[in-house]
Design a protein around this ligand. Structure first.
Ligand code: AMP
Length: 171
């Protein structure tokens, strides 16, 4: 597999002091690299008969929608609270200071749909664990979780022990 890490730019102290932000815009701005990332995900999941790609607000949408198009699947957004217009389910998770909430439309997909969750980056795993909770509330069958980047030192996987996690770049 290609080393995609050379397309990730590291920005210290963004958006807050102490955070080393992984900026994916150089990768998105390189047509070959972007294409290859979507190809890698597609290769991994094309035989899984996936019905729905659930993308997480906001950078998860970029890969999820391209992959949904490629796999002939539906795209479903998991958004920050207050951003979806219809009836929603919500799941709250802890941040370093305070908490955050993600939501999904109650009619996002039919029960027992085969769902792949997609995001740009796994850090502490709070966002993904809440997203898993939302898919399970709708009785979706989670086939896997596809990520561009995983920050392994933060042990985010431990919050999602029962699902298959696939990441293209590990730090
Ligand atoms: P977490 O819930 O801690 O796993 O955080 C995951 C979400 O926060 C992802 O949707 C990322 O987009 C964002 N995120 C967390 N840490 C970083 C980082 N160091 N660089 C870029 N994005 C990050």
């Amino acid at each position: 597999m290609q080393d995609f890490s050379r397309f990730i730019r590291e920005i210290p102290d963004f958006p807050k002091p102490g955070i080393l932000f992984k900026d994916i815009t150089p990768l998105l701005g390189n047509p070959t690299a972007f294409h290859r990332v979507v190809d890698e995900f597609s290769l991994r999941y094309k035989h899984e008969a996936i019905d729905v790609i659930a993308g997480i607000d906001a950078r998860g949408f970029i890969f999820a929608s391209a992959l949904a198009y490629r796999l002939g699947a539906a795209f479903v957004p998991i958004r920050k609270k207050g951003k979806l217009p219809y009836h929603t389910h919500e799941a709250t998770y802890d941040l370093e200071y305070g908490h955050d909430t993600v939501v999904i439309h109650r009619d996002a997909f039919p029960k027992h749909s085969k769902v792949l969750i997609c995001d740009d980056l796994l850090a502490t795993g709070g966002t993904l664990a809440a997203s898993v909770e939302l898919i399970e509330k709708l009785e979706g069958h989670i086939v896997g979780i596809a990520l561009l980047i995983e920050l392994t030192e933060l042990n985010g996987r431990e919050k999602i022990p029962n699902h298959d996690i696939f990441s293209l770049i590990k730090y």
